[in-house]
Ligand binder design. Structure first.
Ligand code: HEM
Length: 216
């Protein structure tokens, strides 16, 4: 029972965190493909749908597959699966980050979204690319401690949309949903994710090292 919790506890929590933006992304895809729309059309996406479609597809793969990579049992028992999924994850993560940078640059934003979110998205979009590349290179060099650290950071940056649901829901109830408050609450999600990621990386004790030569 405890083993099962250790194997699936973190992946389950991460899947739950990513669920809302992943579901809203699939509703956006239905709307853009001309299906029964449950989301109102957004003229900014209708004009150039490709980047947002790439963004949503890559984000969905990244969020779902990435969560499973956090299962220690799966990493140990199915290292080949971890490696294959990891490669797909890096491609999806890069697609997510590049499309995010495109949307940030070319979808019109005004007010606080321009002043606060635009620079944050630009910085974290680039940082996400850097973390995934560093994580991949570290894995190729079999430096699994570094690989783990960069991948955890990359996943924390990418999964921001899930945490934004919480910061906007809980923080918005406290400070309101003004334009500036909304932008700051969305930006705070990156701080929270990275703080949790760094805490988790520091808490990892040498009592549970991964087997020599196995992915972290
Ligand atoms: C798992 C992670 C993510 C998911 C599931 C996700 C999902 C989405 C979805 C569904 C949309 C379209 C929103 C709509 O239909 O109104 C969107 C838009 C966008 N996303 Fe993401 N996203 C993720 C990560 C990121 C990251 C890491 C960044 C920035 C570095 C980012 C930047 C953007 C931008 C700039 C837009 C356009 C926003 C606008 O319309 O003003 N996303 N995302």
């Amino acid at each position: 029972m405890a083993g099962r919790a250790a194997t699936w506890g973190v992946p389950t929590a991460l899947l739950a965190l990513g669920a809302v933006p992943v579901v809203s992304g699939s509703l956006r895809l239905v709307e853009l493909s001309g299906g029964t729309a449950t989301l109102p059309p957004d003229a900014r996406y209708t004009a150039t749908p490709v980047p947002v479609v790439v963004h949503i597809v890559c984000a969905t793969v990244f969020a779902l597959l990435g969560a499973l990579q956090f299962s220690p049992g799966l990493r140990r028992r199915r290292p080949v699966l971890h490696r294959g999924a990891g490669r797909l994850l890096v491609v999806a993560g890069l697609g997510l980050a590049v499309s995010a940078l495109w949307l940030n640059q070319f979808v019109p934003h005004v007010g606080a979204a321009r002043e606060v979110l635009y620079p944050l998205r630009a910085v974290f979009g680039v940082a996400m690319i850097a973390t995934l590349v560093l994580g991949f290179v570290a894995a190729r060099r079999r430096d699994f401690a570094r690989h783990r650290a960069w991948m955890v950071r990359g996943y924390a940056i990418g999964l921001v949309a899930g945490t934004q649901v919480l910061t906007l829901g809980i923080g918005g109830a406290v400070v309101g949903h003004g334009e500036m408050a909304t932008a700051l609450l969305m930006g705070a999600a990156w701080g929270i994710n990275l703080a949790v990621a760094e805490g988790a990386l520091r808490r990892r004790t040498p009592a549970h090292p991964h087997p020599a030569g196995a992915p972290a």
